[in-house]
Write a protein that binds this ligand. Structure first.
Ligand code: AMP
Length: 191
């Protein structure tokens, strides 16, 4: 299983990614989680990216590719991966596509979790109260949504053109979304 979750902030990528990883017995590789761990550990990379994370801006492509590609390649070798949050722009996708294809580790599907913007904002503000993430404030949420629209949404067409895209209505309870994803992946594998 080599798939990726694509969606705005608050679309449920993390929740669904963890569930899919458990279901398929492969790692959930979430770029945001890895970056936050670097910041917490106070590494050089963490210091370089902390400002971007706090502001909701994308960290430079080279840093994220260097962090993610080795993890994705070794997971692919061991049986697969559920990617979450990477690639996040067409430039990242083009270089990741090439690097992964070379090793037969490329994506087999891309799950787009479609959620209306109003609902994304509602979920993120709710999460702000419970999780205490530094980027879950009203101002930074607005910036992250803008970054999603400008940088990440074009990936929908990028992966549709490669016939990898599976669009899911993710404006529903998490359990329903998980069921729908598993059904869609099974239907696809059966083809
Ligand atoms: P997330 O947990 O996926 O919402 O990511 C949190 C933050 O990490 C983002 O707002 C960016 O600052 C950074 N980030 C995560 N993934 C990427 C990526 N693929 N490219 C650049 N920045 C990223």
């Amino acid at each position: 299983m080599r798939t990726m979750l694509l969606g705005g902030p608050g679309s449920g990528k993390g929740t669904q990614g963890q569930r899919l990883a458990r279901h398929y017995g492969v790692p959930h590789i979430a770029s945001g989680d890895l970056l936050r761990a670097e910041v917490r550990a106070g590494t050089d990379l963490g210091r370089q990216v902390a400002g971007c994370l706090d502001a909701g801006r994308l960290v430079p492509d080279e840093l994220i590719s260097d962090l993610m590609l080795p993890a994705v390649l070794s997971a692919a070798e061991a049986g697969g991966y559920i990617l979450d949050g990477f690639p996040r722009s067409v430039a990242q996708a083009v270089s990741a596509d090439a690097a992964l294809a070379e090793s037969g580790a490329g994506l087999q599907s891309v799950l787009f979790l479609a959620v209306a913007e109003q609902e994304l904002v509602r979920r993120l503000l709710e999460r702000a109260e419970s999780a205490g993430r530094s980027d879950d404030t009203a101002e930074v949420i607005a910036d992250r949504l803008r970054v999603f629209e400008a940088e990440t949404r074009p990936l929908i067409e990028h992966y549709r053109a490669q016939r990898l895209l599976i669009e899911m209505a993710a404006d529903q309870p998490a359990d329903r979304v998980t069921e729908a994803i598993l059904a869609a992946l099974e239907a696809r594998d059966g083809k």
